[in-house]
Design a protein around this ligand. Structure first.
Ligand code: PMP
Ligand code: GLU
Length: 387
C-alpha cells in the first residue's frame, strides 16, 4: 500500500537513521563508537524514577486531559516564571508527548499554505520536514563563522511570504548560545517583519562557562505575544524515552493546539507526566553535576579535534560539536565522509548536510570521556592519509 504524496516525501530522520545503523553494527559485533544521536548517556534522576514507579503502582495510568494534567501545567508555568523571569499561567501551557510533538503541533497551528519560515543554519534536522508537512517552505540563512546569526543573511532571506522564524539556542548541532543582545535583536527583527518566533529551548539548562540561555519572551509583552516556547524533559533530565515536553504560548493559541492534539494524539503519557512533575518541583540533585560533566567532555573533544587541526566553532551549550571538514571532502561531501568514517574507523557521527551545512560534521559528546578520546584518535587515523 502506498502512502500519499505528502507522507511519502518524508525521509527517515537522519539522526535517528544513523543511530539505528550504528546500534545494528554494534549488535552484530562490530567495534563502533556511536556519537550520532543526541541523547544523554545518564539515567533519569532518582526522583523521576521514583515518581514513575509510584504512578504505575498508584494507578495513575489513565487518560488525562488532552493538554495535560492541571498540576503539571501549573508546575510548568511556575518553572517558566522561575527560569525565564516572566509570568505564565497553566492555560498557556500545553503538555505534549515530547518537544518534537510540541514543535510539530506548533508548526501545524502556525503555518498557512505557502508561508515561508526562516531557519538559522545550521538547523536541527526535523525542522525542515515539519515545516514542509505543515504546508510551509523552509528558508535557511547561513550563519557567521562562529555559528551565530548573520543578520544580513537573515534580512536577505525575508520575503512578503515570510511569516515566522525558528530560533534554537543553545543550538543543535552547533552548540552556539545566542547572547542577550542577539536575542533582543531577534525580537526587534521579528517585530519589524511581523513574524512569529518558535523558540526551541530544549537545551536551555545545558550551558557552559559564562554562557546563559535567554528566551525571547524576556523582552516585553509584545515579544511574549509573538513567541511560542518549546521545551521538555529529554535533555536536562535525561528523560528521552519518557517522551514528555511542552509548548507555552498565549492562551488562545495554546488552547487551539490543545484541541488539535485532542483529535490527533490524545493525552500525553500519564506516567511521564508524574515523572516530569517530580523533576520540576525541585531541580533533581544530579543535574548540576551532569552539566559540569558535559562541560568537561566538551573541553576534551573540542581540544582533541582542534589538535587535529580542524576548525571547530566554540560550542557553549547543548552537547554537540560541529567541526568543519572541508579539506577532507570529495563530491559526496559530509555524507560520504561520515559513511567512510563509519566503514573504516567504526566512528558514527552525523553529516552536516542533515543540518543544511554539508562541509561540517556533528559529534554528540553525550558519552564517556574515554569514548570521546577514542573517537578523536579514530578521527586522527582517518584524516592522516587524507591530508
Ligand atoms: N529540538 C531539538 C533541537 C532537539 O535536538 C531535539 C532532540 N531530538 C528535540 C527538539 C526533541 O526532543 P524530544 O522530542 O526528545 O523532547
Ligand atoms: N535530538 C537528537 C539528535 O539530534 C535525537 C534524535 C532526533 O530526535 O532526531 O540527534
Amino acid at each position: 500500500m502506498k502512502a500519499n504524496s505528502r507522507v511519502a516525501a518524508i525521509p527517515l530522520s537522519e539522526t535517528i537513521a544513523l543511530d539505528t545503523r550504528a546500534k545494528e553494527l554494534i549488535a552484530a559485533g562490530r567495534d563502533v563508537l556511536n556519537l550520532s544521536a543526541g541523547e544523554p548517556d545518564f539515567d533519569a534522576p532518582q526522583v523521576v524514577r521514583d515518581a514513575a514507579r509510584a504512578a504505575v503502582d498508584g494507578g495513575q495510568v489513565r487518560y488525562t486531559p488532552a493538554p495535560g494534567r492541571k498540576n503539571l501545567r501549573d508546575a510548568i508555568a511556575k518553572h517558566l516564571q522561575d527560569t525565564r523571569g516572566v509570568a505564565f499561567t497553566g492555560d498557556e501551557v500545553i503538555v505534549c508527548h515530547s518537544a518534537k510533538h510540541a514543535l510539530s503541533g506548533s508548526l501545524l497551528g502556525l503555518i498557512d499554505p505557502g508561508d515561508e519560515v526562516l531557519l538559522c543554519l545550521p538547523a536541527w534536522v526535523s525542522y525542515v520536514e515539519q515545516i514542509k508537512f505543515a504546508g510551509g517552505t523552509p528558508v535557511g540563512a547561513k550563519p557567521r563563522d562562529d555559528m551565530g546569526p548573520d543578520w544580513d543573511a537573515l534580512e536577505a532571506a525575508v520575503t512578503p511570504r515570510t511569516k515566522g522564524i525558528i530560533w534554537n539556542s543553545p543550538s543543535n548541532p552547533s552548540g552556539y548560545v545566542a547572547t542577550r543582545a542577539e536575542t533582543e535583536r531577534l525580537v526587534a527583527f521579528a517585530e519589524r517583519h511581523d513574524l512569529w518566533i518558535l523558540s526551541d529551548e530544549i537545551y536551555r539548562r545545558l550551558t557552559y562557562g559564562d554562557a546563559e540561555s535567554v528566551s525571547p519572551v524576556e523582552f516585553g509583552d509584545a515579544a511574549r505575544a509573538r513567541t511560542v516556547i518549546v521545551d521538555g524533559a529529554s535533555k536536562a533530565y535525561a528523560m528521552t524515552g519518557y517522551r514528555i515536553g511542552f509548548l507555552a504560548a498565549p492562551a488562545d493559541f495554546a488552547g487551539a493546539i490543545g484541541r488539535l492534539h485532542s483529535q490527533l494524539t490524545g493525552s500525553p503519557n500519564a506516567i511521564s507526566q508524574d515523572a516530569y512533575l517530580a523533576a520540576l518541583r525541585e531541580e533533581p540533585a544530579e543535574v548540576p553535576g551532569r552539566v559540569a560533566e558535559f562541560e568537561r567532555r566538551r573541553d576534551a573533544i573540542v581540544g582533541g579535534l582542534r589538535e587535529l587541526g580542524l576548525d571547530v566553532p566554540e560550542p557553549r551549550g547543548a552537547f554537540y560539536v560541529f567541526p568543519r571538514v572541508t579539506p577532507f571532502l570529495d563530491e559526496r561531501m559530509s555524507a560520504g565522509f561520515c559513511e567512510d568514517l563509519l566503514e573504516t574507523e567504526g566512528l558514527a557521527i552525523v553529516p552536516g548536510s542533515a543540518f543544511g551545512m554539508p562541509e561540517y560534521v556533528r559529534f554528540s559528546y553525550a558519552a564517556a570521556l574515554e569514548t570521546l578520546q577514542d573517537a578523536v584518535a579514530r578521527m586522527g587515523r582517518f584524516l592522516a592519509p587524507r591530508r
